[in-house]
Each structure stands twice: as structure tokens, then as C-alpha cells.
Design a protein around this ligand. Sequence first.
Ligand code: IPT
Length: 979
Amino acid sequence: MYLEDFSPGYGKLAPRAVLASDAPRLDLNGDWAFRFSPIGLGEPDGFPCPDFDDEQWDRLAVPSHWQLHGYGKPAYLNIPYPIPIDPPFVPDENQTGDYRRVFELPEEWGDTPAVLRFEGVDSCARVWLNGVELGVTRGSRLSTEFDATKALCPGRNVLAVRVHQYSSGTYLEDQDTWRLSGIFRDVALLARPVGGIQDVFVHADYSDGGGRVRFDVAADGPVEVGIPLLGVEAAAATQTFVFDRVRPWSAEDPFLYEAVIATPSERVRVRFGFRTVEINGDGVLTVNGRRIVLRGVNRHEFDPDHGRAVSLELMRRDVELMKQHNVNAVRTSHYPPHPAFLDICDELGLWVVLECDLETHGFEQPRPELWTGNPSDDPRWRAAYLDRIQRTVERDKNHPSVIIWSLGNEAGDGDNLKAMADWIHERDPSRPVHYEADRLARYVDVYGEMYRTPAVVRRIGQGALRPGELFYPLTEGAGDPADDRRNRMPFILTEFAHAMGNGPGGLAEYMRLCEEFPRVQGGFVWEWIDQGLRTTDAQGSEYFAYGGDFGEELHDANYICDGLMFPDRTPSPGMLEYQKVNEPVVIEPGRPGHVTIRNRYAFLDLSHLRFTHSQGELAVPPAGPGERVEVPVPDGVTIQAELAESTAWAPKGHVVAWGQLPPAAPAPAVLAEARRAARQSAEHVHLGPARFDRRTGSLVGLGDRPLHGPRLALWRAPTDNDRSWGQGDAEYWKARGLDRLLHRTVSIEAGDAGLTVVVRSSAANSGCGYLSTYRWDSDGERLRLRVHAEPVGYWPERRFSFDEEMVDHNLPEEEREELLRRHRAPSLARIGLVWHLPEEWSRVRWFGAGPGEAYPDSRQAARIDHFHATVDELQTPYVRPQDNGTRADVRWAEITDPAGTGIRIEGEPLFSLAARRWSDRQLAAARHQSDLVPEPLIYLHTDHVVHGVGSGAVGPGVLPRYRLDVRAADFAFILSATS
Ligand code: IPT
């Protein structure tokens, strides 16, 4: 059966570049007749015949995915295959879509030869024109052309396509994303005039201010070239054009030239850029002789309403948003994007790692060993592998933005991959090859790893890898690092900082390593956008769906929502953190009264920026790449570097960087000397303005303000990163019952010095917990609470399989043990207090870090200032609800009703604050934002310390210095009623 052989299909034409031609083109997008079947169908009934009656069929938009139009359902899987692992076969339960499209051939086409071009069909298409079979294509995100000349007729033509959800190609497309089918990219009929231009390969280099360009043109007959901007007119295309002065292309200054290439019958326009990608003698990746750092993201194509059928506007929006957030690179994970996306990258400027449509991750499951039967090492699949890389490279070879080819993702290792690399090295030696799972970097030019810890990256940067040493599975190497070629290669983090839910933490640590080690050249955060599909629940509330929401039997839950952008493309706090740590200009405190301004661009000086602060403009000399200058500034100001003029990706005034000379925090409040004594009544203890429950010692009111609490809080609604493969901190906390603490009032002492309450907090059936002493006193107006909290009972060590990797295994034994011990220490989510406030107290003002949430390992994007927000605005809508919204380094906060009635809390030392209308347990129980139902109160958290967020969902957990150990804590708050 054609569906189930190892071949890449049949009948396809040789792949070639996308060319902007003046030859006629007929757009075949639009409404097609559509017939759906839930099972695989073999030979067609007569539907490919021109006179078949499709009146009764449905209508379906092309491009689109049928699962998003009511046929079958979306399914999300990460590593597992959606079909039995039985290559090259597929089950009978294989949805099939039959498509028909009638079109008129414009008269002026006459008998011009023509090709039918499909930019993407998932997973396999068999194509007929007027009943004549043209062929079969696989490779869902690769373009295909069929020769339509012979089948085409004047006037009415009927195109028929049978598409299958699964085919042998499915084995090569096990990417971590929604499994969606159909003709999801454009379809067109292209006239191919006799004597026209078949293909063009532009080779344009740059060195020392000058450029060279050569056009490899496939055409029958003589070809002429013009490059208007360079004064070239009607020159013979066979020569190499050399220019003394050209403006080079870079992601920072994406200057494009256009060449017009013509034969007597066809003219095409190709945009190109002069740029040379090279790995220099020190193993550093350079463009035009300069070292670059890839501050990148992994991008799946995604629209919350249309899946991978992404509009041109949305593609442009993605590139604009990346540029605005200081992202300068994109890995097209894990397939070539719609071709227009690369035009936008050329135009707006991004470094692109262009990846082939290939992944066989499901073979990683032990059967009986890792990667048994992997197609990557099976010669029967060789042709399909080569077909895929050829279609990838041929289509996109003319884009200056593409600087690296990537063979695919998570396809294990094997000779077919090596064959792909060999083919590229032959066909396009101008770009290095990347493939992460070539772990010893035998056939690639750039060394890539995923999710390695900063400790490991540091060692790679030092060039200290021993031959054979692997980080996954962990294998110690032996011998001299000089013998390992990885130590002489550029290194990139193919994926890092898994941005699932709240996080990632630790971005600053990674990006700092890029400044320290020249061969550490950045990487790609996993991933650009949360792929939540917009859906409506039974009550009519909208939410973003993830795995399991469509009733899938097998799914990977919300691992599909692990992007820096929310599904609606609003930036998450993780995005803002990444934006901050990737600023192209670093503005830092310098000598007293000064800031240093460091230019981190590789190509641009600072003349395109304006520097401002609240009191005016700052004169900054136009420092060149890598240079730094120091300028005087008034104290306590925030300096911004703004675009002086509008660019293609942001308006004038857009802030590319900022820095702060932070204002000094106000001194902590002190109580007046005259202390009040605590008095007891039948039900209450009275102290200054406060009333306490006489039995539990907990606060019930401050003056006329109802205010309950506090309770000790050690837990948070686990973040995705807390959950770490089911063995993270979240599981540790759960096993200790920190989410269900019970409290026993051990003692209450009311007297002249105030009120002292001792409480033991621990969970049912748990032997460990905390003993807290609350010391209250008052000067009559204000109320002070001093807390001493200390662990009691037995807190076992934490065990986590990533531990070993958190710590460089080549460190001296003692150092390593110490780090491991530190990493395994029992942890807590927070040590803090939770209070209950009236629901009307919905306004929060604070002095501290803001405006957004900040955690110990993700707080670069927060500045110190006065801020205000409503309780609702303090929430960050992570697709799967989880801890969020914590504001850090707070000196004081006021929580009031809209008229200003409420309380003021001052902390000593600084504290973290969170407020929400539901408890942490309700937050943890919700699957979607739409499940969160406000309670008639506000939960206010004032935390002394909180645990970092890390990146443990896939990758390293919280770095040792940001972990919160089980330990004793002392902290204080002063409370007063607002006026
Ligand atoms: C890595 C995959 O390459 C990526 O596609 C995505 O699935 C990511 O994980 C998790 O969200 S592979 C990882 C299991 C090492």
C-alpha cells in the first residue's frame, strides 16, 4: 500500500527554491469540497474523476486542519507515537479526508507547462488532476511539486486529493505538538514557461567591507541578472559579481539587496544579503567576522484557533514580538516553517536555525533498549531521510537569515542522519550543520545540547570535555580534552529553560555564561508560545485547552503549554525576564552617580538609540559593538534606551533596554516606645487596636477592620516546574502534607509585653512540621508581629534523578558532595504567613519590586518603585493554574477597598507578597483558568522567603542558591489601619 512503504512517495518533482516569479500563478486556497472518514480508505471510489458529484460533501477551508472544524479531535502527544510502533504500518483507525477543488484555467495560460505546489499536507496526500494520478507525497511540513502539464486541460479542471492522518511518514514526524491533519498550508498552480527559470541558488559572501555574489541558475538557455542597488544591469548570470563596498546583512541590520534574474520567458526576483557564516580557528561561530550570541527561542507554528495553519499576519506578529523582546534567533522546531516566515526573518532580522521535518522520539522508549528499531539507523528509510533534508535545504537555501541547518530533533543517532549531514556539506558548505543527538558531534559542525545545567555549560565553555563523556545518559569520559572535537566547536543550547507555566528560573545564569566563554553562543528557550487551543466549556467560558481536554486516551497533558508567550500572544513573566537578560545594551550602576552603558550588539553602535530618564535625556556617546561608556546620572532614576526612529519591528520610543540606580528603600517602621498591655475579655484578647481570638490566639480585627490570621504557610500551588517528572519538590511537599497543615495552639500568654502565641503546624500522619512563636505588641496605634518559626521532627532528604547532573561530575569529590547535599536538602515552597481579608479590599499598593511577578531566580525584569494593581491584576493566567503573581522585595504594602479603607503592612526584612481570591489548594485543583471561582474573601500572603522556580518540568530544577531549605526563620511585620 502506498501509505505504508518506506519511500518518500512518488511522482514528485525535484525540490527547488520558492521564487517570486512573473509567471502566472493560480491560488487554489479557499473552500474545497470535503468528505471525512474516520478510517483509512484504500483505493478511491470515483471521486478523483472530473464528473464525480460532490454536491453532498461538506465544505472545508484550505488551508486548515480538519480536527479544528469538527472532524475528529485534536490530540496532544509529546514523545509517544499516536500509532502502534510497527513501521512502516499504520492502523485502520486512520482518518481520511477527501478533497475536491474545481478551478478554471485562465485562457491566457494556453498550454504553458504547470506544476501543482503544496506547501504542507499532514501527513500524506495522494493527488489527482482531472482523474489522472500525479503522485503521493509525505513530509507534512515540506513543499511538494507535481508536474500538472499533461493532466491540465483548458477551462474546467478538477483537483482531487486524498489525505490520511497517518502514513509511514508519521514515524518520522513524532514532534511534540498537537497532532493535526489536513491541507494546512497553501496550494497553488504555477505556470512554468518553456525556457523559464527552474531554480536559483544565490551565494553571497561578505568580507572586509566588500561582497561577492554568484547565482547558480537552473534554466534552459541564457540568463541575465540585474542588481539595481549595485548598478548591475542585464549581466550574464554565469559570472561572480564582486563589489568593494556593500552593506552586509545581519540580524541587527538586515539589509537586503534584490536581484532580478531573467530569461526571455520568465523573470524572478530574489532578495539576498551579503553575509558569511564561519567557524573561526578558536571554534567560535561568526557572521561577517563577528562572534554572535543566539538569544533564541524554539518556535512551533501556532495559532490558538487554527493550529499550524498560520496567517501571514500572525507570522509577522511573531517576528515583531520576538524582536521587541530582544530575541534575536529562532530555531524552527521541529520542521521548516511556512516559507513566508523566512522572508519576514530576512526582512526584520533574526538568526535562523532551520530544522528539517524529522523526529522519531517514540523510539526512545526501551524496546528492549533505547532506540531499538529507530528509523534513523535503518537503511530502508535512507531515501526518506535524504528526501526530507533535500526538500528542506532546496526550498530555503536563499535566505540570509538561515545561518545553520539542523537535521531534525530527537531522532536518536544513526547513519541516515550522517548521510543527511554529508549531503548538506556537499550541497551547501556555506552553512554549518547542527543536530543535537549527535552527542559526540561526529558529523555536525556546531555542538548542541538540551537542558544542560549551567555547571555543565561552564565545563563545555572551558573546553574540558573528556573523550566519550556524555551528559545523557550520564557517562564519564577519560583521556585528554584536547582529543575531543566538541571542545573546539561552537556550543549552543539547542533547547534550554523549559518555559512551562511559571518560569523558567535561572535565565540570567545561562546568558552570563555566554559572556564568559566565547564558544558558549547562546541557545533557544523551549518554547516560544503556549500551544493552548481556544475552547469553550459547558458554561460558555473560554479557556485554552491542552492534552486530555479532547478526550484523548493517550496524552501529555499541559506539556503543550510551555511557551514564553501565552496562547493569545501576550508575554508571560518568563518572556519579560528573557527580554531583560537579553538586552543589547546593558545599563548598570557605575562609579557613584554614574551608570555604565555597555554595547552588546555585534554590529550596531548606539547611535540608533535615545537614552532617557524621568528628568530628561542623557547624552551617550555612540559606543561601538563591545564598547562601554560611563555617564553621570541623578540618583534614583531609571534609564531607558529607546529606539530613536521607528523600525520595521517597533515604533520609535520602543524600549530596548533599561537600568536602574535603585532608590533607597525607606527605613523599616519602628514602634513608639510606649507599649500597651494585652487585656483579656470573655472571647478576645485586646492589644492596642487589635482583637484576637482568646482560644487560638489568632487575629480577628484591627480597629474596625476585619482581618483574620495569620497562619503559617509553607506550600504553594505547585508550578509545572515544581513537579519535575513527578519527582520534584512538589511531590516532596505533598508527601509531607504541606498543603494540608493542621495547627495546634500550644500556648497563649497575654501580659504587659503583649501577646505571645505558640503554634505547632503539621499534617495528618506526618512527623515533621514547624513550631512558630508569634510575638505581638503595640504602641496603641500600630501592631507589631515578630515571628520565629523553626522546623520540628524528621525531614528526610529529597531525591531527584536530575541531581547528578545539577552538579558537574568532574568536580573534586568533596565539592561535588557538598553541592549534592545542598541540592537534596529538604525544601519548602515558602516560609510566610497567610491572612484572610474582606473581599472588598481589592486594591494593592506597594513599594518594592514590580510591576510584574518576581521569584528569586526570575527577577531581573522587576525594578524598585511604587506600584499599584487590583487583586485581579496581580494574577498571572498560566494556562494550567499554579502559583503566580508573587511580588518581591516589598518594604510596605497597602491593601484596601476602592475608597482606601484597609491595612498597611510593613515588613522587616523585605518580604514577598501575593493576593488572590482563592486558596492555594483551590488554585492547585483547577485545571483551567475558567475553573477558578472567587471566594468572598481575599487570601493575602506575606512571605519571608520563597523558593525559586527553576526549569524542572524538563531540565534542571532550582539552582542551589535559589532553593529554600527547611530552616528556622525570623521576621517581623508592622500592621496599621489605613486612613
Ligand atoms: C525536548 C523536545 O525536543 C521538545 O520537542 C519538547 O518535547 C521538550 O523536550 C519538552 O517540552 S526533549 C526532552 C525530553 C529532553
